[in-house]
Design a protein around this ligand. Structure first.
Ligand code: PHE
Length: 345
């Protein structure tokens, strides 16, 4: 009797599995026939009550039915899963004719465009990029650059002191001393782009924080012709082939002789106009031959080695290249200003 029941149960289950048309429906069938509360489970728990001679064959029959139902369900489940995925994929198509969201793509700040262009020009001449801290010690910012404690040149670079001995660097020149220390007497050819700080009143041409690119070359037989040729090439690459430079004598404690370098005014081509205050030239940087004291203090024999150094204001170059009228615009991030340079970056 029990075996007949079982056969019926199996057939009913297989039929329902066959008819289940979704994963949910199939789960319901699984629940009906295989859960702990199912008929199959309650029959299984009755095995113990049967006479011993029937137990074995009834147990085997139960197992056969359970295996048949389980494997039919698994097979159908895999089939339904595939079918449902296909249906979802065919329904969830993207309508590519709908207009998308537009994003406002930003541009690079012109300061960085010019800084990177300057770096590229010097890399092309074989310079390496060096780095140094913005919080500097008195030693590197002044002493090792031939500016002792009581030197009047310190006044021109009044800056922000952290304590007696530490300050925000007033120029990128301390990287000269740091590089010489690191190179231990070997030849040097570096540039160092970076931020500098001075207690300036902010106006159209001054900012308490601005940036420079320092340059330093040390080797045997370096002379001022090398300095001039390097800067001339830089000026032509940066401002165009027609630009000329001129060296004016100047003073820095760490270079001797020292020069201020001007380029011919782009606006008037050297004739003299408002932009160049009638002189035909605009100043772009300071430089000179490394002072023998600086070489000596930093481990180079001035009888054997000589060198040149320069410091270029990055904002100054960007202002000249783009005709920008106020240095503060680089830092304010006014979108109306930045937008004008989008195509250039
Ligand atoms: N450090 C100088 C300044 O900030 C510029 C400079 C650099 C001059 C290197 C000579 C050599 O004004």
């Amino acid at each position: 009797m029990e075996n007949n029941n079982l056969l019926e149960l199996k057939q009913k289950a297989l039929q329902e599995i066959e008819q289940a048309s979704s994963s949910d429906a199939l789960n319901a069938v699984r629940n009906t026939y295989l859960s702990k509360k199912s008929e199959l489970s309650s029959l299984t728990s009755k095995i113990g009550t049967l006479p011993p001679e029937e137990r074995k064959s009834f147990g085997a029959a139960l197992t056969e039915v359970r295996v048949a139902i389980t494997s039919a369900i698994e097979e159908k489940a895999a089939f339904l899963k595939n079918k449902e995925l296909d249906e979802r994929l065919s329904k969830e198509t993207i309508d590519i004719s709908l207009p998308g969201h537009s994003y406002n793509l930003g541009g690079r700040n012109p300061f960085y465009v010019i800084r990177d262009e300057m770096i590229q020009i010097f890399l092309g001449m074989g310079f390496e990029v060096a780095d140094g801290p913005e919080v500097e010690t008195d030693l590197y910012n002044f002493e090792l650059l031939n500016i002792p404690k009581d030197h009047p040149a310190r006044d021109m670079q009044d800056t922000f002191y952290i304590n007696e001995n530490e300050l925000l660097r007033t120029h990128t020149s301390p990287v000269q001393a740091r590089t010489m220390e690191a190179k231990k007497g070997a030849p040097v050819r570096i540039i160092c782009p970076g931020k500098t700080y001075r207690r300036d009143d902010d106006d159209a041409t001054h900012s308490h924080q601005f940036s420079q690119i320092e340059g330093l070359v040390i080797d045997k037989g370096i002379n001022i012709g090398h300095l001039k040729a390097t800067l001339e090439l830089f000026a032509k690459k940066m401002f165009g082939e027609k630009r000329e430079i001129r060296l004016r004598s100047s003073y820095f404690p760490f270079t001797e002789p020292s020069v201020e370098v001007d380029i011919t005014c782009a606006n008037c081509g050297g004739k003299g106009c408002n932009m160049c205050k009638g002189t035909g030239y605009i100043e772009i940087l300071g430089g000179g031959m490394v002072h023998p004291n600086v070489l000596k203090m930093n481990g180079y024999d001035p009888e054997e080695y000589s060198g040149f150094a320069f410091g270029i204001g990055i904002e100054r170059v960007a202002i000249l290249r783009y005709g920008i009228d106020d240095i503060r615009k680089f830092y304010q991030n006014d979108i109306r200003f930045l937008k004008q340079f989008k195509k250039m970056s």
